[in-house]
Design a protein around this ligand. Structure first.
Ligand SMILES: Cc1cc2nc3c(=O)[nH]c(=O)nc-3n(C[C@H](O)[C@H](O)[C@H](O)COP(=O)(O)OP(=O)(O)OC[C@H]3O[C@@H](n4cnc5c(N)ncnc54)[C@H](O)[C@@H]3O)c2cc1C
Length: 185
């Protein structure tokens, strides 16, 4: 797990990201998935608390013989840096930082702060934590939870198109909407 920032045009979350055998998981991806639709991409900032361009150029002056991966290993897991090296700077992997141009360092820093990912899909309902059940909230009274189309029919909880951020908001919604309905029935 890494602390990263995941963002798209709609929102941004700085929380843990988990690499599983099947793909991305963890709080940051669960949160951003509320604002993501199939086919869209998002960005991963692997170093949200660093200004990497400045850091790398300062290191270029101070330690010109060091490799990029040696510097970056200080901040995060070596296995991740190894993968990022293959993806972002394979041609400079064995080049001392002093021999990498400032423009290349800026480009590498930009990639590490905004690595674009386009998921090929999700695991669907099988592993979904919340599903947006499909009942449109405009068809239900927000005071009593009764259907506007069918008197005496009530919908509460996850069966409605309501979802919340991580942190218990889905339980809260299930219980609160049930309480509201129970007051009326
Ligand atoms: C792995 C996981 C982790 C989660 N973690 C959190 C969390 O940390 N915080 C949080 O807020 N939310 C969390 N959620 C979401 C939360 O659990 C749900 O949003 C919430 O439980 C929904 O409550 P509900 O009563 O609307 O529906 P449900 O809890 O799904 O209840 C519906 C019930 O109806 C029953 N049922 C279905 N069909 C029929 C039928 N035909 N006849 C009779 N009974 C039927 C089902 O068996 C089920 O018991 C998590 C969900 C998952 C899957």
């Amino acid at each position: 797990a890494l602390d990263v920032t995941l963002s798209n045009s709609k929102n941004s979350f700085t929380e843990a990201l988990l690499f599983t055998h099947r793909g991305l998981s963890g709080p940051s991806s669960l949160q951003l998935s509320n604002y993501w639709n199939s086919g869209e991409s998002f960005k991963i900032d692997f170093f949200p608390s660093q200004d990497l361009a400045t850091y790398l150029k300062d290191k270029k002056k101070a330690q010109p013989k060091v490799l990029l991966r040696t510097l970056l290993n200080e901040f995060t897991a070596k296995s991740i840096i190894q993968e990022l090296q293959q993806l972002i700077w394979p041609e400079q992997s064995e080049t001392a930082i002093g021999n990498i141009s400032d423009a290349q360092l800026d480009h590498i820093a930009e990639q590490l702060h905004g690595f674009a990912v386009k998921p090929s899909g999700t695991e669907g309902y099988r592993t979904a934590e919340v599903t947006l059940g499909g009942i449109d909230t405009t068809e239900v009274s927000s005071k009593t939870m009764e259907s506007k189309k069918q008197k005496g029919l009530f919908f509460v909880g996850e069966v409605l198109d309501v979802t919340g951020h991580l942190g218990g908001y889905n339980f809260q919604w299930a219980w609160s909407s049930a309480y509201a309905a129970a007051q009326y029935v």
